[in-house]
Design a protein. Structure first.
Length: 289
C-alpha cells in the first residue's frame, strides 16, 4: 500500500479485475450484435430504455440489461485493458436503466462532512482538483460516477465504489507510486484501487462545474442560473442518450429540476495557461463553505 500524504487512511493500490458491479456479477461471454436501437452512436454504443451494448476500439464489448452484465474480450490482455467497460460503462448503465440517475462527477467530502460534486468534461481538471483537495484533508468518495437521490429533504449523494483514473503526476502528488497503477489505453492516465474511500451516503451541498477560460489570467467563479443549471445537470447525467427516451424523460427531467432547485451549481473557470490548481481548489472550498 502507498499512503496518501495528508489524507489519513486513503491509499493507492494495484487494481484488481472487476468481477462484480453494484452487486451484479460480470459474466464473461458473447454479447449480442447491434440492433435497430433508438439511440445509436456508431461505432461505440447502441441503447434503448432497458439495455445497452458498448464496444471498445479493440473489439471488446459489454452488454447491460437491468440486473445483468455480460463482457466479451478477444483475449486476456484485452480483458484487462478493457476492465473499464465493467466498472465504468456497465456501472453507469446499470444505474441509469434502473432509474437511478447519476452525474458524471467526482465526489469529495469537505472536512466538515459536506459532500461536493465536481463536474466537467475530460481534461477540465476534475482529478487534479480532487487531488489538491485530498491533500488538504478532504475526503475522497468516488470518481466519475455519482448517484444522486432527490427528495423532500434535499439531495443525497451515494458514492459508487470503483477504481480511480489518475495521471502519474497526480498519483505522485498523493504520495503514491505510479508504477502500481495499470495503464489506461488512450487516456494518458493509470487505474488505481483506492483503499479508504469514504463511501458514506451524505447530503449533497454543492455542485461545481470546472471549465477553461478562453482568455484571462484569474480563476473565475460564478453561480449558474436556474435554467442553465438544469440543462447542465441533464447533460452530465445522460452519457448514453438513454435518459431522454420517452420511458425515462419525464422522471429524468424531474430529477434534474429537483436537484438544481435544492443544490446550487457553480462554474469555476481556470486560465488556459499556468498552474492554477491551488486557486481552483480554493474556489471549490469557498463554495462548499
Amino acid at each position: 500500500m502507498h499512503n496518501v500524504a495528508g489524507a489519513g487512511k486513503v491509499t493507492l493500490d494495484p487494481p484488481s479485475i472487476t468481477r462484480e458491479v453494484l452487486g451484479v456479477p460480470v459474466v464473461e461471454g458473447e454479447t449480442p450484435e447491434p440492433w435497430d436501437a433508438p439511440v445509436v452512436a456508431r461505432p461505440y454504443w447502441w441503447a434503448d430504455a432497458d439495455r445497452l451494448l458498448f464496444r471498445s476500439d479493440d473489439g471488446a464489448s459489454v452488454y447491460v440489461e437491468r440486473g445483468a452484465v455480460t463482457l466479451r474480450a478477444p483475449d486476456g490482455e484485452s480483458r484487462i485493458a478493457n476492465d473499464w467497460l465493467a466498472y465504468a460503462t456497465a456501472a453507469r448503465a446499470l444505474l441509469t436503466l434502473d432509474g437511478r440517475y447519476n452525474l458524471h462527477a467526482t465526489l469529495v467530502a469537505a472536512p466538515d462532512g459536506r459532500m461536493v460534486a465536481i463536474l466537467g468534461d475530460s481534461r477540465a481538471g476534475k482529478s487534479t482538483t480532487t487531488v489538491e483537495l485530498v491533500t488538504r484533508g478532504w475526503g475522497f468518495a468516488c470518481d466519475d460516477i455519482a448517484e444522486v437521490v432527490t427528495g423532500p429533504k434535499g439531495a443525497l449523494a451515494r458514492p459508487v465504489e470503483r477504481p480511480v483514473h489518475l495521471s502519474e503526476a497526480a498519483a505522485r502528488r498523493l504520495g503514491g507510486d505510479p508504477a502500481v497503477g495499470r495503464w489506461l489505453p488512450e487516456r494518458e492516465k493509470r487505474v488505481y484501487a483506492v483503499v479508504g474511500a469514504d463511501l458514506t451516503p451524505r447530503p449533497l451541498a454543492a455542485m461545481v462545474l470546472l471549465s477553461t477560460l478562453a482568455a484571462g489570467n484569474q480563476v473565475e467563479v460564478r453561480p449558474v442560473p436556474a435554467l442553465q443549471a438544469i440543462t447542465t445537470v441533464a447533460d452530465s447525467g445522460d452519457r448514453y442518450g438513454v435518459c431522454h427516451l420517452p420511458e425515462h424523460r419525464s422522471a429524468y427531467l424531474r430529477w434534474a429540476t429537483e436537484l438544481t432547485r435544492t443544490v446550487p451549481l457553480w462554474t469555476v473557470a481556470r486560465p488556459a495557461e499556468g498552474d492554477s490548481v491551488a486557486a481552483v481548489a480554493d474556489a471549490v472550498a469557498s463554495i462548499s463553505g
